[in-house]
Structures are given as C-alpha cells and as structure tokens.
Design a protein around this ligand. Structure first.
Ligand code: C5P
Length: 235
C-alpha cells in the first residue's frame, strides 16, 4: 500500500498491570501457546487488515513490549509503534491515538487481553466502517441471569433479553474517536464506544465471538492455552 493512501489503523491497549491475573509480568506480556498476549493481539489486527498499529504499553516495560511485537512480520508500508500508556485504559488509548500516522482514516481499538480475537472479527468491524458506520462494536448476548446486588442482598433481577456484553476490537472513524476522547469528562470509561455514545453518535454492532473473550483471571489463561492447543494460531 502506498504511504499516502488512507489506511485502517489499530490501537492495542496493553498498558494495564493485570492485577486480577496476578504474576510479576504485566498482563500483555503473559504468554499463551508460546507467544505473549500483546504479540497475538497485534497479529490478529494485522491478519484482519489493519496496517498501522500503535501499542500503548506500561512505561516500565516498553522495551519488553517492543521485543514482543518485533517478530510480527508487517507488510511493506505497515508499521507497529510502541508508546507509553497512561494510568487508566482511557489514558492509554488517548496516548496511542496521538501517535497514529496521518494517513489513518479508520481506527480499531483492541485490548491486548483479547488476544485470541479471530481475524474474521477484525474484518467484520472494518467492513462495517467502510460500509458507512462511524462506530461499531462486537457484542455477545448475556447468557447468565443478571441481578442487581446491594450490600450482599439481591435488589432486583434485570431483564437480560436486551443485554449484550461488548468486546473489542471496536472500530471508529478516526475523527469521531479523536473528538470523543477530546470531549471526555471522566478519565476512566472502560470502553471507547462509551465516549462516542456520549457525543450522540450512533454505535453499530456486529456479532462478537467467544474466542474474543478477555483474559482477566488465571482461569482465562488455562482456557486460552486449551484453545490454542486445539487450534494453533501462528504469530
Ligand atoms: O484491566 P482490563 O482487563 O479491563 O484492561 C483491558 C485492556 O486495557 C487490557 O488489555 C489492558 O492492558 C489495557 N489497559 C491499558 N492501560 C491501562 C489499563 C488497562 O492499556 N492503564
């Protein structure tokens, strides 16, 4: 792809410490199937058609994250850059947004922790953007019964028929995402679509996939390793 053409950029949020996962390394550097979560997340974006990627990493681990993404082979004209993230996920995404190249027209924001998101999901998000959506998120129906709990007591049962869990990659027209971050009041919104919704922009949905689950707790590493043993994914 020629350098001046519009392209699909990607932001990988990898700046978290992963408290709920435990261990000494930040979550993005934990390995599943012999490769780190951040390596696999970058690979998934690239395989789905994202060419310019910025990774937001913990400040103390920039070199390690650079080393982790180095083996991913980028096509001519593509690039991966590692920048220091921030205190919250929202801060990390904003730092990465500032480092995206000028030719990027659409941006996919992806959690390093959703390292096994299939390339097909990335393609579906890009297709929704190029089809005209300003913002798009993958969603999966909530399967558990959901209740509000206060002080250990159930307050009420919530009707789950309209509830969906939201995954990444989330896709945006670049100007829309930049405007949403510039306008954001709170500094700890847990997804980017939430900021875009606050601007009154319509957020479209595509079907999410179970493989795009977020590695959060130790049992999720077991699940990720089992999935990769069953269906290996090269990096
Ligand atoms: O903590 P949680 O799993 O919800 O984080 C979601 C994603 O956001 C992770 O990939 C994590 O590395 C990233 N994150 C970040 N900067 C932070 C906190 C979290 O990029 N300050």
């Amino acid at each position: 792809m020629a350098g001046s053409h519009a392209s699909v950029g990607g932001i990988v949020a990898a700046g978290g410490v992963g408290e709920r996962l435990g261990g000494e390394l930040p979550k993005a550097l934990r390995e599943v199937g012999g490769a780190s979560l951040v390596t696999r997340a970058v690979r998934a974006l690239l395989d789905g058609g994202v060419t310019d990627i910025v990774v937001a990493a913990p400040g103390a681990h920039l070199d390690a994250v650079r080393a982790a993404v180095r083996p991913v082979a980028f096509p001519a004209g593509g690039s991966v850059t590692v920048v220091e993230g921030g205190v919250t996920r929202q801060d990390s995404v904003r730092c990465a947004l500032q480092a995206l190249g000028p030719r990027v027209e659409f941006v996919l924001v992806h959690d390093a922790a959703r390292a096994l998101a299939p390339a097909g999901l990335v393609e579906d998000v890009i297709a929704a953007l190029t089809g005209g959506a300003d913002a798009v998120v993958p969603v999966v129906p909530v399967t558990d019964t959901v209740k509000e709990v206060d002080g250990g007591l159930v307050g009420r049962t919530v009707d789950r028929s309209r509830l969906y869990a939201v995954q990444t990659p989330q896709g945006f027209r670049r100007q829309v995402l930049a405007a949403a971050h510039a306008a954001a009041a709170s500094s700890d919104v847990t997804d980017d679509a939430g900021l875009v919704e606050a601007l009154g922009v319509a957020v479209h949905t595509v079907p999410g996939l179970p493989e795009a689950f977020k590695v959060t707790r130790p049992i999720d590493l077991v699940l990720a390793n089992a999935l990769l043993a069953a269906t290996p994914v090269d990096v």
